[in-house]
Design a protein around this ligand. Structure first.
Ligand code: SF4
Length: 231
């Protein structure tokens, strides 16, 4: 399989009835500010370079963000924070990610969501997470050879990364390393070699509004990711 085949297959996935209904409902009702725009309303494929050195693992697309624009972290507040930081640290070509045709580009990076359809209240169920896991495993299998750093956003991205690595046969340490902001652990890849896993608080409004995550904190993790990936 190739990334292109994976994208084609995932973009028509309807395995989770609750999420299919939600993503399509949101795409029809829309938010007033986007009333004149078409909504994607489907699963969001991974996005970025095909042979990335840095892989960013998020939770799931936002209802009026990725679910609208069709590109991960594009057109929502979390993405505003994330791309601004990636741009400041040299990992993204532009400071904003507005829509799929805006010319934005990741530099040496790729992004993927652990769950590829927008969930109500940003909370997928355990069944939905497990239903989507094979897509994440396939993406990891395809890109992992070039990846040096994985930036896991939130404990959800962290756990999904460890679960995916283990499913692919990597000897993930036990007990499982604990998530934290700027947590850093080396994980062996399934086929030898290693990857550095960095934890980062999710740039959700919950974290950015409250000051739990600040721009310098986010930049520190992204700069570290760049440093490790450049080694
Ligand atoms: Fe398919 Fe994943 Fe969307 Fe469920 S969340 S419908 S498994 S793409």
């Amino acid at each position: 399989g190739s990334l292109r085949e994976l994208d084609a297959r995932v973009s028509v996935c309807r395995a989770c009835p609750r999420l299919v209904e939600w993503r399509e409902d949101v795409a029809v009702t829309k938010r007033r500010a986007f009333a004149d725009e078409p909504y994607w309303g489907r699963p969001i494929p991974g996005w970025g370079e095909a042979e990335p050195r840095v892989l960013v693992v998020g939770l799931a697309p936002a209802a009026h963000g990725g679910n609208r624009t069709g590109r991960i972290f594009t057109g929502d507040r979390s993405g505003d924070w994330l791309f601004a930081s990636l741009h400041r640290t040299g990992l993204a070509a532009q400071a904003t990610s507005v829509h799929a045709g805006d010319g934005q580009r990741l530099i040496g990076g790729r992004m993927v969501a652990a769950v590829r359809c927008a969930p109500p209240a940003n909370k997928p169920t355990t069944d939905e997470r497990d239903a989507c896991a094979p897509w994440l495993e396939e993406e990891f299998r395809l890109v992992l050879p070039s990846v040096r750093v994985i930036v896991a956003l939130g404990s959800y991205g962290w756990d999904a990364t460890l679960r995916t690595m283990a499913a692919l046969g990597a000897p993930v340490p036990r007990p499982r390393p604990k998530f934290g902001h700027a947590a850093e652990v080396t994980i062996p890849k399934p086929a030898g070699d290693t990857v550095r896993l960095l934890g980062c608080f999710h740039p959700s409004q919950q974290n950015t509004f409250t000051g739990r995550l600040t721009e310098p904190m986010l930049d520190a993790v992204m700069a570290r990711a760049k440093e490790v990936s450049d080694d």
